[in-house]
Design a protein around this ligand. Sequence first.
Ligand code: ADP
Ligand code: MG
Ligand code: MG
Length: 907
Amino acid sequence: MVKYVYEFSEGNKDLKDLLGGKGANLAEMTNLGLPVPPGFTITTDACREYMHSGVLPPGLRVEVTQSLRQLEDALGRQLGDFHDPLLVSVRSGAKFSMPGMMETVLNVGLNDASVEGLASFANNERFAWDSYRRLIQMFGKTVLDIDGDLFAHALEAKKTAKGVAADTGLDAEDLKALVTEFKAIVKRESGRDFPQHPREQLDLAIEAVFNSWNTERARLYRRRERISDDLGTAVNVVAMVFGNLGDDSGTGVCFTRDPATGTPGDYGDYLPNAQGEDVVAGIRNTLSLADFEKLDPNAFGELKQVMRRLETHYRDLCDIEFTVERGKLWMLQTRVGKRTAAAAFRIAHHLVEEHLITMDEALERVTGEQLSKLMFPQFDVKADRTLLAKGMAASPGAAVGQAVFSSATAEAWKAEGKDVILVRRETNPDDLGGMIASVGVLTSRGGKTSHAAVVARGMGTTCVVGAEALQVDVAAKQFAVNGTVITEGDTIAIDGSTGEIFLGSVPVVPSPVVRYLEDGLDAALDEVAVDDEETRELVVAVDALLTHADEVRKLHVEANADTPEDAQRARTLGGQGIGLCRTEHMFLGDRRVLVERLILAKDEAEQQSALDALMPLQREDFIGILTAMDGLPVTIRLIDPPLHEFLPDYTELKVKVALAEERGDTSEDAARDKVLLAAVDKTREANPMLGLRGVRLGIVIPGLFTMQVRAIAEAHAARLKAGGAPKAEIMIPLAASVMELHLIRDEAEAVLKAVAEEQGVTLDIPIGAMIELPRAAFTADRMADVAEFFSFGTNDLTQTTWGFSRDDVEGAFFTQYTEKGVFSVSPFESIDTQGVGGLVKMAVEKGRATRPDITLGVCGEHGGDPDSIHFFHGVGLDYVSCSPFRIPIARLEAGRAAVVSGGGDTR
Ligand code: ADP
Ligand code: MG
Ligand code: MG
């Protein structure tokens, strides 16, 4: 038979799946010998069973009875007894703490009779009635689903009538009267009396916790955070301890380090004569821990010991809830605390210096995502700021601008040189122009995969989405938030790393971490004020962790870079080469006419003359890049996109030609346009993604790839002669068949040989293939006969594996796909490990079987995505290549991947 109930002494912190986070940690604290009130946890198994069948599992009731009896025997009190009753709290607690779950019900077991027993036992009538009114209030709101404001208003009215500001000003008689009122509210709103039977209270509360797993808010949160719907929640039943017994009692929360900055020390709040959430609810002013120490040095001393003990045990920042009952300390919750990105780095590094964790462990505790947050320019936290609301952090950055409510206005104002922030309920593909024109995008609806979030991230534009407190009225060009109205033209500031929205302008400061990454530790520290210990330690921590990541990682990190400037930047940020140098931009700008000549050529001679004109230009480009990357590999991809991308737009051209004809224009230009139109028409494709591109161009257009290979070879030779150490590599895009590779390789080798002879140098230039079509992956053993390296083009591989045209699908229906759970994250963002990843894995194995020393890398955008990097490490690639800005993130994640998979050292 399945066991549904665990005493605290039976669990431990590693059982979060079964006991939830709260239950597992209560068990851990109990076993550490800390003062935890006794209790038990009903497992997530029971919740899952309840979700399936709709009724509480049959054995559960019996097990609860047994555990309850044990609790009663241990304490010598009985649930809801007339004399000295045992009372309990009923607390939800899933594996991950999440909003939307049922709030805790305290004081379960009180009724009209036991409230008297509690009063006489505690010798405190006020306390007993305060506890009872709290029970009815919390039970009414959370278990019976009654509008909580009804109770809150009645409480307020009582305070006003009495002329007191705080709830502590109400005496026993007032609270008694309030209980009568609360019971009337329950009767009126739910149509039933407040349940008097203690066990009925308990059972109803347990069932309500299970039901809360599926509230709208909980489901929404899980979807956004990618938490599975079938984890279920546990329920904790805990003997009550009382912080509301008078001034020698109270309740508090504390952290063992500052979760905002990571600074070591005790941080927390304490509220005397209060229960539960009072301390964080802002009902009265709380005391700092320093004041708590003055008030009750003994309890504080004990708390300090417990904090130290917990931190030593968990070896991490702990977040703690406690209560003092008549001078005695009780621990009610602990967990490893959430923290900001900066705090994560500082804490990890501090713990290493305190010899509590190893460098490897420290690396596991920080993420590339956190590092990326530290790299964006930031709002000055020291500046005066007025927070309007908080939404979801969708695309990092700090943006200040004037609020606009339409795409058209955004574009018009931008043209006038203004910085604008586009505010919408949500965006759609029509807003693209406005989004491009804006320094930031803010929406009141949608999650991290909404159109606004996806597009803004893609463009690197700061974005906050799902700020539900905002009432956006696009027609009236304004939004209202908590009583403030912002109209078109008002300045606002949004923080895409925290989701915060501020009124007015907030000063922006450059990130000291970027300074470190670009110029090194000493230069960065020189810029930080001597007394700014927080920033100094942060930069030092980032350096220590990144250095360790570099030491342990197996993956090389290269850059996708097309220009000497990008190459230089990549190198500065730690790039170990260029994994993808696209050549298509070398066909743009004033070189476009040469491409036109190439396409319009009437014979091979004309074609060749166009190519001959392009060659030296390309050669100079390559010399620039090889110089910037001297000594490191530069993988140059031969031209990939269809040539018509370099020609004018069909519709525009057609209109132009039609107008010229109407005018009777017989000029040379008009004639040329006509020829061009015919060419554009001829090369138009219904589906260019799958058309004449990549290796196919090289095979169909004689001389095109030859020209590019010659440019590469001559550049390489020039660098050799100049005393450099060029390491060019030639990459053939979009091959599906080994025959395609043979054809291009033969052609390329002939060129390399010729250039080597002409220049009198040895050219050691490997030739490899992009693997970006399923067929290439399936035939990778044969491809490896010809290719000296593989580079996985996971963008196209994702498109061709899923049959998705990215431009068409991402904005159109990906939100629905993620909401309906087809995938939890876009396969373009993070590699689809099963499908696309399966092909990569297979190609790796086949490629290595044919050519054991084959070099394997990835150059799709996935190369900079943390989850994907872990996958690529796992399948044994040699390198990932990503945009220069993401290189530090990839370095860190590659190190983490090595550590997590057991590859790191254990210093
Ligand atoms: P949350 O999940 O929101 O943190 P908790 O279950 O921790 O909710 O409970 C809410 C408040 O009630 C907390 O302040 C907690 O310390 C307090 N609390 C819970 N159980 C007890 C108890 N048995 N005795 C006294 N206070 C309790
Ligand atoms: Mg809590
Ligand atoms: Mg491609």
